[in-house]
Design a protein around this ligand. Structure first.
Ligand code: PLP
Length: 439
């Protein structure tokens, strides 16, 4: 009998025993194609000898040194590398152990920045409905996914939620894409004015929405307008690239495609590529210097900040992305996967939308394509799809929760950047097999 506490207590998971390249093997010897990098984590695939060696070397040299006393070579080098390629004025990197921690750090940094900048009244946070920013209480409060929040609502801090930029459902008939993007962004200005122009601390959003919507990028122009609104009202822009960052969308940082840069950026998943748990919060020089010139102390921290072994893994992962030109491969394979998905599902009666950027693509399942009516939640379409895909030997990331108020179902695809053209064919074939389970 197992003593592990699984997520799904009524259906404990199968035991994986090894993984290599794009495949997992379970204890019965069955192979699974990793079509989602777990949850957009394993961007280099599994068993990469270069990353393993970097970790082994670092463990042998300096496994851990508490940041209350020391910095380390891997932390310094990884910070330099990230800042070299980071957009805008991002200048400092705060290393944590995962995505929720990166978001928590971002929220606290935003609050402390305003206090030390002489605006302690700025305490309101605005985020978007249908977003996910992590499961710790601050990050969960920030996220706008009703199902994930529901039972914890009484212990969550108050956060305002505006609409996401969700063209497939929310763009009105006859409305241009540009007008829709501006209309969606306008909700931010309206909410700032409703709360009080000098009361808002930060706006938080995912450039490409992952877990809760299934790879939904914003319309071109949306984030430019969001950036302008934040600048006008002195609101910090926090972008959560925990899932969509680190090359996943075909750019090292997802916001590169939107032509803007945030005040604070959160990354995780692909940074350690699953080899080590690591996340990071990047902030601008202005934010950093304000605290530096004020209290000189960021009042936040965890034991494993800047963990040398995790940083060594992150450094090896980012170096591998550049040395092997993997982001170019993301773009090539993205086109192939998108084409194959359109061929396989373009006319499928229950696939309403095929979308995304890079190797971060999603299919939205609907009951009726013309009216875009979602499936009745009672059918548990996403869960049924996940089970069928697993039986077919495919790991993908189906979820309910796309639509406000009604559930809506999608599947997210985020295969390793090393996926081959043949494996893309295999992935789409297995998706087709799983789709036969949709009622
Ligand atoms: N932010 C986003 C956009 C995510 O997708 C996730 C996880 O899926 C998180 C934050 C939380 O990251 P973690 O699970 O590493 O705490």
């Amino acid at each position: 009998m197992s003593h592990v506490f699984p997520r799904q207590i009524t259906a404990p998971p199968v035991k994986a025993v090894s993984a290599k390249g794009c495949y997992f093997t379970d204890e019965a010897g069955k192979q699974y194609l990793d079509g989602s990098g777990g949850a957009a984590v394993s961007c280099l695939g599994h068993g990469d000898p270069e990353i393993i060696k970097a970790i082994q070397d670092q463990v042998a040299k300096l496994a851990f040194a508490h940041t209350g006393f020391f910095t380390s070579d891997p932390a310094e080098e990884l910070a330099d590398l990230l800042i070299k390629y980071a957009p805008g004025d991002l200048d400092r990197v705060y290393f944590v152990s995962g995505g929720s921690e990166a978001v928590e750090a971002a929220l606290k940094l935003a609050r402390q920045f305003h206090i030390e900048n002489g605006e302690p009244q700025r305490k309101h946070l605005i985020a978007r409905r249908q977003s996910y920013h992590g499961n710790t209480l601050g990050a969960l409060a920030t996220g706008g996914n009703a199902w994930r929040r529901a039972q914890f609502e009484p212990i969550l801090v108050d956060v305002s939620h505006i609409a996401p930029c969700y063209e497939y459902v929310d763009r009105a008939e006859g409305e241009s894409a540009e007008d829709y993007g501006l209309r969606a962004a306008q909700e931010l200005e309206d909410e700032i004015l409703r709360l009080g122009a000098d009361q808002v601390m930060a706006f938080v959003a995912e450039p490409v929405v992952g877990a809760t919507m299934g790879a939904v990028p914003a319309i071109t122009g949306y984030y430019k307008r969001i950036r302008e609104i934040c600048d006008t009202y002195g609101v910090l822009l926090i972008l959560d690239e925990v899932m969509c960052g680190m090359g996943r969308t075909g750019h090292l940082f997802a916001c590169d495609a939107d032509g803007i840069s945030p005040d604070i950026l959160c990354i995780a998943k692909g940074l350690g590529a699953g080899y080590q748990p690591i996340g990071a919060m990047l902030c601008t020089k202005q934010v950093y210097d304000t605290i530096g010139a004020g209290s000189g102390f960021f009042q936040h921290g965890h034991t494993y900040l800047g963990h040398p072994t995790a940083c060594a893994a992150g450094l090896a992962v980012v170096n591998a992305m550049f040395d092997r030109d993997l982001i170019a491969n993301v773009n090539t394979r993205s086109e192939q996967l998108m084409t194959a998905l359109r061929e396989a599902f373009g006319q499928h009666p229950h696939v309403g939308d095929i979308r995304g950027r890079g190797l971060f693509l999603g299919l939205e399942f609907v009951e009726d394509r013309d009216s875009k009516t979602p499936f009745d939640p009672i059918l548990k379409t996403a869960a049924t799809f996940k089970k069928a895909a697993f039986e077919a030997g495919l790991i993908c990331y189906p979820m309910s929760g796309t639509r406000d108020g009604q559930l809506g179902d999608h599947v997210l695809l985020a295969p390793p950047f090393i996926i081959t053209e043949d494996q893309i064919g295999e992935l789409v074939g297995k998706l087709q097999a799983a789709a036969t389970a949709i009622p």
